[in-house]
Design a protein around this ligand. Structure first.
Ligand code: GLU
Length: 501
């Protein structure tokens, strides 16, 4: 073990978010690459918005993706593991109180009695004068008498941390390079403890990163402007300042910041749609980073081997769902048949529950189909689309779909009828793809039909859809009797329609 210690610090105020997950992944890859420690800390001090359901969703999602953490809650059967705990901020309140008392005793923080109404008036005045919002420092140097008089009014003070004026806070961000902030632009002295004694984010994060000996803070770029405040707090607490790496934002295709309003951001939704963890981490790793080679399909272990924080890009990373689907398809192809069947089963069960297929295929049935479907699945959930027509009694093809563009209904009925006879002639004993195909090609040639038109009409009659695995493999999977029965039904329905019109 080195002294590299990094953390992911999610707030359980929403389901596991794509951005948090990418941040977790980069922390994980960095720690594993260097033999360091990866820590999970739950920042649950926003009690009004934090829930146990969100907490479970976050832990479940990270476990699902295989990013096991070394310290934190929810490791194995233990409630938590690690010697820097507890790892939930609500269980660390005494530590924040102790640190706050220390800052107060050293005059690095002070009680501020300004009421919300007074602060509001101040802010409005600044707004009107087009000045940046900033605490005036009215309570920064109260006399004992002033303090006593506020106390007598029963005002409950907040604790403000003194932001030193006229200083430049500079640091070398591993991703963004040299960054500087003017302390006069930080909004004035910072509230670190509310009047109800609950501590605030900037304070808890600095206290905890110091106490947990975090060596590198790797987080989203949206936290960049918080960093000078954290550096000042580390200094005031007498703690070593960690190194920082701020990761580029994840953007929508239109280059706006990815938000749950515009895009799907909850990891659980991707899981439910049949993305597999191998592909998901592989995709996320490339949001802002690349190996510098042509390699695209990499396992978590391979990513660990190749990951370099210094190679992370500083410009925004556009989320491309098509690419994620492509990568997912690549990973699905790499699964062993047994593994794939195990992963498909719940999705097939969903299809049954939703009434889209009528019975659950056996493992043997799924296994027989894998050679033709495995490379056609962009997601596990697509399995219903791809093979569902085999597990329903009948399909009800749309008449409009049955009739190829260049044909009319009467031609289609005649063609399906002729095809049915050729197919019946193949017979049950010879029911194989390369026995079915030649007589149908011959038929198209004899009649001067385009092969594509004939095959499309048959495909729709048999499957109800225009895109399927290879037609003759599909017919073999469906079986001789069922294939003929579906052709008969399609012919009947189309003939009735042709007559009626
Ligand atoms: N709880 C913070 C968040 O979820 C953590 C930020 C940080 O890494 O410092 O944004």
């Amino acid at each position: 073990m080195t002294d590299v210690r990094v953390r992911i610090a999610p707030s359980p105020t929403g389901p596991l978010h794509l951005g948090t997950t990418r941040t977790a992944l980069f922390n994980y890859l960095f720690a594993r690459h260097l033999g360091g420690t990866f820590i999970l800390r739950l920042e649950d001090t926003d009690q009004a918005r934090s829930t146990i359901e969100y907490e479970n969703d976050i832990l479940t999602g990270l476990h699902w993706l295989g990013m096991e953490w070394d310290e934190g809650p929810g490791i194995g059967d233990e409630p938590e593991r690690g010697s820097y705990g507890p790892y939930r901020q609500m269980q660390r309140l005494a530590r924040y109180t102790e640190a706050a008392d220390r800052l107060l005793a050293e005059d690095k923080a002070y009680h501020c009695y300004c009421s919300p109404a007074e602060l509001d008036t101040e802010r409005k005045r600044q707004d009107a004068g087009h000045e940046p919002a900033r605490y005036s420092g009215r309570c920064a140097h109260l006399t004992a008498a002033q303090t006593a008089s506020f106390e007598a009014e029963d005002r409950r003070p907040v604790l403000r941390f003194r932001i030193p004026p006229d200083r430049t806070i500079a640091f070398d961000d591993i991703v963004r390079g040299h960054v500087e902030f003017d302390t006069n632009a930080l909004g004035g002295d910072l509230v670190i403890v509310r009047s109800d004694l609950t501590p605030l984010y900037h304070f808890t994060v600095a206290v905890d990163d110091a106490a947990m000996a975090i060596s590198h803070v790797i987080r989203g770029e949206d936290h960049l402007s918080n960093t000078p405040k954290h550096i000042l707090l580390f200094e005031a607490l007498g703690a070593a300042v960690p190194q920082f790496a701020h990761l580029p934002l994840i953007l929508n295709p239109d280059r706006t910041k990815m938000s749950k309003r515009k895009s799907q951001t909850a990891v659980a939704d991707y899981r439910a749609q049949g993305f597999i963890p191998e592909a998901f981490v592989n995709y996320l790793a490339f949001l802002g980073w690349s190996t510098g080679t042509e390699e695209e399909v990499l396992s978590l272990a391979e990513l660990v081997e190749r990951f370099e924080l210094s190679a992370v890009n500083s410009s925004g990373a556009v989320f491309d769902r098509d690419r994620l689907e492509w990568l997912n398809g690549q990973w699905i192809r790499r699964l062993s048949p047994e593994d794939l069947i195990d992963r498909l089963r719940p999705f097939l069960e969903n299809e049954v529950a939703a009434g889209r297929i009528e019975w659950m295929p056996s493992d043997e049935e799924i296994s027989a189909l894998l050679p033709v479907v495995q490379e056609r699945l962009p997601t596990l959930a697509a399995v219903g689309e791809v093979i569902g027509f085999l597990f329903v009694k009948d399909v009800e093809p749309d008449a409009a779909l049955l009739v190829p563009k260049r044909w009319d209904a009467a031609t289609t009925v005649a063609a399906l009828d002729a095809a049915r006879r050729r197919i019946a002639d193949v017979g049950e004993v010879s029911w194989e793809a390369d026995e079915i195909e030649p007589p149908l090609r011959a038929l198209a040639e004899e009649r001067g039909w385009k092969v594509g038109d004939l095959f499309m009409a048959i495909r729709v009659a048999i499957t109800g859809r225009t895109a399927t695995p290879p037609l003759f493999d599909t017919m073999v999977a469906l079986g001789y009797e069922r294939s003929l029965a579906r052709l008969d039904r399609a012919i009947e329905r189309l003939a009735a329609r042709a007559e009626a019109s």
